[in-house]
Design a protein around this ligand. Structure first.
Ligand SMILES: C[S@@+](CC[C@H](N)C(=O)[O-])C[C@H]1O[C@@H](n2cnc3c(N)ncnc32)[C@H](O)[C@@H]1O
Length: 292
C-alpha cells in the first residue's frame, strides 16, 4: 500500500537492532548525519527489509549512511548524486567493494607527478589515512561484506545511462526536499522509470505542519501532505498526517535525539539548531510508492 507517514521517534524503540547497526556505520565510517537521521534510517530500513543481491538506487545518496548499511546487508547499491564523490578513503574500502560508475579518469589513483607525492598531500591526506589504517589494523577490522556501492554523478531528473525497469528498489534519505515541487515531480517520474514493475520507492522528506515552506538553514522544502501526494503522483495512500501535531510534540520531547545532536550544530547559528539549542522546526515524513 502507498503511504505518506509522519515519522515518530518511537521507531527507534521498535527496531533497536537497526538503530545499533546505523550507529555502527556512523561511528566506523564517520558519515555525516542530521538531527532526525536515525528516525529516517530506521523507518526506511524496516520498510525496505533488504535481502542480499537486491539492486537498489540510493537517490541523492551524498556521503550518507544508508548506502553503506545497505551494502553491509549484501545489497548492490547504485549511489546517485549531483555531486561527484571523492575517493571515500581506506575505511570505506575495508567496509565493502565500491567503484566509480562513471569511470572518471584518475579516480582512486595517487597523484602521478612524482613517485613520492608532494608534502602537502602527505599532510592533508596520506597521514590521516595511514593513521586510520593502523588503527583499523590494531583494532578489530570491520567485516568484509558481499554488497557493493557504485557511485554515479547525475541529476536525479535525468538518469542517463540507467536502463528503464532495471532496479529492484529506489531509496532516498533527506534528499528530495532539496528540489522545488515542480522539479521533484520530474525527479519522481524519472526514478519510477528505472524501477522494475512491482518494485518500491521509499523516501524520506521534510514535512510541514501547514503549508509548504522553505527551510533556509537546510536549503530544503518542508512539504505539505498535498504537495507530497501531488509530486509523488499518489492518488490513494495511507496517511497519518491528521496526527502531525502529536508526532511533532513527540519529536520535541525526544531526549535521545536532543542529547545526541551532532557536534556541528553547536558551531554556529545558521544550521537549524542554533548553537546546539534543541528546536525542531519540521517533521520527517516517509513516503512509500509501489510501481504496479
Ligand atoms: C542532505 S544531503 C543527504 C545525503 C544522504 N542521502 C544522507 O542521508 O546523508 C542531500 C543530497 O541530495 C542530493 N540531491 C538533491 N537533489 C538532487 C538532484 N535533483 N539531483 C542530484 N542530486 C540531488 C544533493 O546533491 C545532496 O548530496
Amino acid at each position: 500500500m502507498n503511504q505518506i507517514q509522519v515519522l515518530s521517534p518511537s521507531v527507534l524503540d521498535e527496531v533497536p537492532e537497526r538503530l545499533a547497526e546505523m550507529r555502527d556505520v556512523v561511528d566506523t565510517l564517520r558519515t555525516p548525519r542530521g538531527w532526525h537521521y536515525y528516525i529516517d534510517l530506521c523507518w526506511l530500513a524496516r520498510e525496505l527489509a533488504p535481502t542480499p543481491g537486491l539492486s537498489v538506487l540510493d537517490a541523492g545518496a551524498g556521503n550518507g549512511v544508508l548506502q553503506w548499511w545497505l551494502a553491509q546487508t549484501g545489497v548492490d547499491v547504485l549511489s546517485v548524486d549531483g555531486q561527484r564523490r571523492a575517493h571515500p578513503g581506506l575505511r570505506f574500502e575495508q567496509w565493502c567493494a565500491h567503484r566509480d560508475g562513471d569511470n572518471t579518469p584518475g579516480y582512486r589513483r595517487l597523484p602521478a607527478r612524482s613517485y613520492l607525492p608532494p608534502l602537502r598531500f602527505w599532510r592533508r591526506h596520506a597521514w590521516h589515512e595511514t593513521a586510520r589504517a593502523l588503527r583499523s589494523t590494531l583494532g578489530p577490522l570491520p567485516p568484509q561484506y558481499s554488497g557493493s556501492v557504485t557511485f554515479l554523478t547525475r541529476s536525479l531528473a535525468e538518469l542517463s545511462g540507467i536502463a528503464s525497469e532495471s532496479l529492484d528498489a529506489i531509496v532516498s534519505i533527506s534528499a528530495l526536499e532539496h528540489n522545488d515541487p515542480e522539479v521533484l515531480a520530474v525527479v519522481v517520474r524519472e526514478l519510477e522509470r528505472v524501477l522494475k514493475p512491482g518494485g518500491c520507492m521509499i523516501a524520506t522528506v521534510s514535512g510541514s505542519r501547514g503549508e509548504d515552506w522553505y527551510h533556509e538553514p537546510s536549503h530544503g522544502w518542508c512539504f505539505s501532505e498535498k504537495t507530497i501526494a501531488e509530486c509523488f503522483g499518489l492518488e490513494s495512500y495511507e496517511s497519518n498526517f491528521a496526527e502531525v501535531e502529536t508526532r511533532f510534540d513527540e519529536l520535541v520531547a525526544c531526549t535521545f535525539l536532543r542529547d545526541d545532536l551532532p557536534p556541528f550544530y553547536f558551531k554556529g547559528a545558521d544550521n537549524g539548531m542554533p548553537w546546539g539549542e534543541w528546536d525542531p522546526q519540521y517533521v520527517p515524513v516517509g513516503v512509500v510508492k509501489r510501481k504496479p
